[in-house]
Design a protein around this ligand. Sequence first.
Ligand code: NAG
Ligand code: NAG
Ligand code: NAG
Ligand code: NAG
Ligand code: NAG
Ligand code: NAG
Length: 671
Amino acid sequence: MFRFSSILKVLLTCFFLPSDMVASEDDKFTFNGFQGSKLSLDGTAVITPAGLLRLTNTTKLLSGHAFYPSPFRFKRSQTSRVLSFSSTFVFGIVSEEIKISGQGVLFVISPSRDLRGAQVSQYMGLFNSSNNGNSTNHILAVELDTIQNPDFEDINANHVGIDINSLISNESTSAGYFVGGTGEFRNLSLVSGDPMQVWVEYDGRSMHLNVTLAPIRSPKPGRPLLSSAIDLSDVFEELMYVGFSSSSDPFVASHYVLGWSFSMNGDAPALDLRSLPLLPRRSGEQARKRLEIWVSFTATLLVLLAIGAAVVMVRRRAKFAELLEEWELEYGPSRLPYRELYEATKGFSDKELLGAGGFGAVYKGVLPSSKLEVAVKRLSHGSRQGIREFVAEVASIGRLRHRNLVQLQGYCRLRKGELLLVYDFMPNGSLDKLLFDQTRCRVGWGQRLRIIRGVASALQYLHEEWEQVVIHRDVKAGNVLLDCELNARLGDFGLARLYDHGTDSQTTHVVGTMGYLAPELMKRRRATKATDVFAFGVFLLEVACGRRPVEPHLTDERTVLVEWVVENWKRGTILAVADPRLRELGFAAEEVDLVLKLGLLCCDPLPAVRPSMRRVMQFLDGDAPLPEFESTYLNSAALALLRNEALDVAMDDFCSMSYLSVAESSLSGGI
Ligand SMILES: *[C@@H]1O[C@H](CO)[C@@H](O)[C@H](O)[C@H]1NC(C)=O
Ligand SMILES: *[C@@H]1O[C@H](CO)[C@@H](O)[C@H](O)[C@H]1NC(C)=O
Ligand SMILES: *[C@@H]1O[C@H](CO)[C@@H](O)[C@H](O)[C@H]1NC(C)=O
Ligand SMILES: *[C@@H]1O[C@H](CO)[C@@H](O)[C@H](O)[C@H]1NC(C)=O
Ligand SMILES: *[C@@H]1O[C@H](CO)[C@@H](O)[C@H](O)[C@H]1NC(C)=O
Ligand SMILES: *[C@@H]1O[C@H](CO)[C@@H](O)[C@H](O)[C@H]1NC(C)=O
């Protein structure tokens, strides 16, 4: 009997499957470190000399995969249920910056080892925008995700999730574990740089998938972090590969696996934690350590000599002088070398100048190392005060991720308070150039509405969906850029903060752009979500009417856009203000009507009346009807107040320099 069954097994193996495709006989494996192992690796994945499996390196925008070379039989036949399996591994994420990381690590069970069609960055080297969510993927993944991506409905920037065929998790929860005995929940930070152990266990009979996480020295918690009833029989194919996927990002981190075991139909073999290779320390930390040692071992004289030499060098190469202070080490890779930016922009050549607006001049460039097309913004800060907060903010802005925001790639700080910010290059320029060019504008209504929705969605993200509230402070058509697919991308967010930090008594300017400033901002000088909504309201009118908010050369009621729209609304002729060019480019009366009225609601003089961006999004998507409302502009007392306090001031002082940014005027005046 025994002989017969083993002969049968051999026959099955020989005739139905190429023999080198079947996993080892006992259907399990253990790696305590990966030295000498024959994993199937691609992309950035390597086995380091110390025996660590490193999935990503610090090269930007690449992914790495590591699979056990042969597949496992998860189902006895195409239609049968999925057998029990269990896996455990120890991983560590060593980011180059404190608490800032790349995308995270995925444990993957996939019908194929070849994931070359997958995209990097937020798709984590597993899916791409066309197959994400498609049931033909047949992929199960457990994500250890360190970025909150609104496209994938992520709950926060430190979570564990179960993903089926999609990066939108079926179930997810904040990273942590339940302590044995008391059952108390403790948070864990995935990017802490400390190794952690994960268990992924599936019971084929009860069809339950458990995921458990714990610090490396803790015993396995009795209660799993995630426990989910999932029938995998439609998801899995008979033969599947097990492995890992990961990708890095502008803010890079190395993702490591230290040890790994797997078993079909039984508990994964325990790892010998003491024999696992050690994780490297954060390179920033190493650099700091080295710095400390250097300082303590070097005599004062030597330091002085070094400084002297440095001064000479700085003098000689003043062109490439940039500032690097010790506190900046933690922002590691988001800091780009000046030499590289100088080369990228051909020495900030006038030929590469894209424009000078908002806060400084913008140059086009191609980064020599990555060949990435970028826009380099050169701004002057003037005072050194507050620069530290600002750099922290730049690093934090770099983590913002939204399809309608211009991605910040990094920064460089120079002497004399000069700062360079590096953004993705937007080939189609800014919306105002396109919209206000009387002869060239070919932007039809459908596209304008798409742009409006994009900007609204970006603002909603900044206001409500990110881990902290970000006020944009300078929403306007000039800050809406268009990418190669003409998607709207909001730029320059948070920059106005630079001028808030370290303002001295004489520069009591308000930052923002005339015509977009909410009346209360003129008085109280404090930007809020409501002042952003006001500017967004003006932006809506701008896009629907195809003109700037203030046109000083028009001397009649049309001068100030808001007033002109209100007047027409009062007369019942609101559609008369719509951009006349829309008649030939395509026009949808109902939608134009909605956008104009929503614009008026958003730029109501009373902040409390303005809707939140979430509400705005609902109106735009038709998920909620725009309420009947009476504009405060039609209340003559309020209007008089507004005229006196805000617009008249604005008109008197700034009409002759229409559309001029206040920040700019105070810059050129003050420095
Ligand atoms: C990262 O991996 C890529 C692809 O294997 C390789 O070209 C690059 O040199 C590696 N970079 C580092 C810093 O190891
Ligand atoms: C997406 O990935 C699949 C599977 O890897 C591949 O076949 C397809 O070509 C990819 N699509 C794109 C647009 O890259
Ligand atoms: C899923 O992928 C299959 C094959 O790649 C394709 O035919 C199908 O249209 C996709 N379904 C969706 C909803 O994208
Ligand atoms: C969860 O998994 C199933 C497949 O079993 C899938 O059809 C469903 O759409 C998934 N997503 C969510 C968010 O539940
Ligand atoms: C754990 O993390 C969650 C989510 O970030 C947070 O809401 C909670 O307050 C944290 N709990 C503790 C004890 O730190
Ligand atoms: C999953 O967790 C539940 C709840 O703790 C437990 O009853 C069950 O046995 C676990 N299943 C597996 C496969 O570990």
